[in-house]
Design a protein around this ligand. Structure first.
Ligand SMILES: [Zn+2]
Length: 145
């Protein structure tokens, strides 16, 4: 499942996303952060604008990235999906380096796991989530024959 995240919203490059996913984000660090306090959020992977890949949770363990969600009639997508967060938002093009890393990551995951589908957060939580947003180029990660 592809996501977008930026903290503070719309700002790239800081450490806040890493702090969020390691439960170290200071709620007082920014007015927006208070709204995240108390949420247990995690993801398997995070791809920075530079293309650097970070992993926070083993693929063998559940991460808390999907929230209330449903895919093909199956609720609780966290139980059976891998979360990949891209540093981004609804208003910015993603960096080429992010697509390169994402392609490599997906190729590696396919060697190990049956990736039945690659979906966006918005696909499994419509009306609640918009990420990875209109600037995400789905053709960039299409499987090439
Ligand atoms: Zn998301």
């Amino acid at each position: 499942m592809i996501h977008a995240i930026s903290l503070p919203p719309g700002e790239f490059g800081g450490n806040a996303v890493t702090e969020l996913f390691t439960n170290r984000l200071d709620p007082a660090g920014h007015p927006y952060y208070a709204s995240l306090a108390g949420w247990r959020l995690s993801t398997h992977f995070f791809i920075r604008r530079s293309g650097v890949l970070l992993q926070f949770v083993s693929c063998l363990e559940r991460a808390w990235h999907a929230g209330v969600s449903c895919w093909r009639g199956e609720q609780r997508c966290n139980d059976y999906s891998l979360g990949i967060e891209l540093e981004g938002d609804d208003y910015s093009d993603y960096a080429v380096a992010q697509y390169v890393t994402l392609q490599r990551l997906l190729a590696a995951l396919r060697l190990r796991y049956p990736l039945e589908a690659i979906v966006g957060h918005a696909d499994i939580a419509p009306g609640r989530k918009t990420d990875p947003g209109p600037h995400f180029d789905w053709t960039a990660i299409a499987v090439r024959a």
